[in-house]
Design a protein around this ligand. Structure first.
Ligand code: SF4
Ligand code: SF4
Length: 304
């Protein structure tokens, strides 16, 4: 069984479903949202993250790298990412801690052990474990199904944070063990979806209908971004879709875009579309919340 890579385990998370939760983030996603605040989550492979501002160009990584991916040119470190295999050797030799590997394998037992550490907090707060990403539904589903089953059998609430872009069969497999699906809707127009996210949205919307019909508990999450979808027209469109298809919704979460992930693009030497993306102001977010409330979605929140 291939073990998926985890790039973060977030303790005491209060934005990924009810109560205090442990959120486990799996690496790899079929989407490529241009605003993604975790760009290290997008590729399935391990990657080197380089903190350029910490680098003193000492050259230790140049000497130790087995593939010759690093060089000092004109007193500066230059990296050839094509040559980097993310072996991690250089991270042991960089005294400035300027190098980190994103992506680590955990056995199911190791993840369950991490979750066990905070059992007391779940019990007191009505929380549990949230599997997120990247995209958890596009990982090795033998592994994910087993992880969900083990957590469920221990009495934990398991939430799945998903973009919805995966074969429905994958959802079916874990349905019996899942408390709540945190399900993203980012764009309704297929062309807009393709433009900003890289893929068509038909599968996402179809899976949402099927999940609802199969009795899943669903929180709808809407990353709200000026320049992409922060319009009354879009919010009304989502409401129309949910009502027309009788999607059973426990909660709507309007998630205002923030650009705090911008620095991570630099660490991966990738460009970031900062000119297109704008943070919606508070009044706009309140307006969108009111629109949902007026249409009967009384459990609508700004934030997770
Ligand atoms: S070892 Fe660290 S500080 Fe030295 S050149 Fe490499 S990244 Fe920079
Ligand atoms: S992770 Fe490995 S291959 Fe990549 S730069 Fe460091 S030592 Fe070289």
């Amino acid at each position: 069984m291939d073990t998926p890579y985890v790039f973060n385990i977030q303790k005491f998370s209060v934005h990924d479903g009810d109560g205090i939760r442990t959120s486990i983030f799996f690496k790899g996603c079929p989407l490529s949202c241009i605003w993604c605040h975790n760009p290290e989550s997008q590729r399935y492979q391990k990657e080197l993250m380089l903190f350029h501002d910490r680098c003193t160009a000492c050259g230790a990584c140049v000497k130790r790298c087995p593939t010759g991916a690093n060089a000092i040119t004109d007193g500066k470190l230059v990296m050839d990412r094509e040559k980097c295999t993310a072996c991690g050797v250089c991270t042991d030799w960089c005294l400035q801690n300027a190098r980190e590997i994103a992506g680590k394998e955990y056995t199911i037992q190791e993840l369950v052990k991490e979750a066990d550490k905070d059992r007391m907090f779940y019990e007191d707060s009505g929380g549990g474990i949230t599997l997120s990403g990247g995209e958890v539904m596009c990982q090795n589903m033998d592994y994910i199904e087993k992880l969900c089953r083990v957590l469920y059998n221990k009495g934990y609430s398991v939430n799945i944070d998903t973009c919805g872009y995966a074969p429905y069969e994958n959802f079916k497999r874990i349905l019996p063990y899942v408390d709540t699906f945190l399900y993203d809707i980012k764009a309704l127009d297929p062309e807009v979806h393709k433009h900003f996210i890289g893929v068509d949205n038909e599968l996402i919307l179809e899976n949402l209908k099927k999940l609802s019909a199969d009795g899943a508990t669903i929180n709808i999450r809407i990353p709200t971004i000026e320049g992409v979808n922060a319009t009354e027209e879009f919010m009304n469109g989502v409401i129309d879709f949910l009502q027309t298809n009788q999607i059973s919704v426990k909660q709507v979460n309007l998630l205002p875009y923030h650009n705090t992930g911008m620095h991570k693009y630099r660490k991966l030497d990738r460009p970031y579309e900062e000119d297109i993306l704008k943070v919606p102001d508070k009044a706009r977010m309140e307006l969108f919340k009111d629109i949902f409330m007026k249409h009967g979605f009384s459990n609508t929140k700004i934030g997770g």
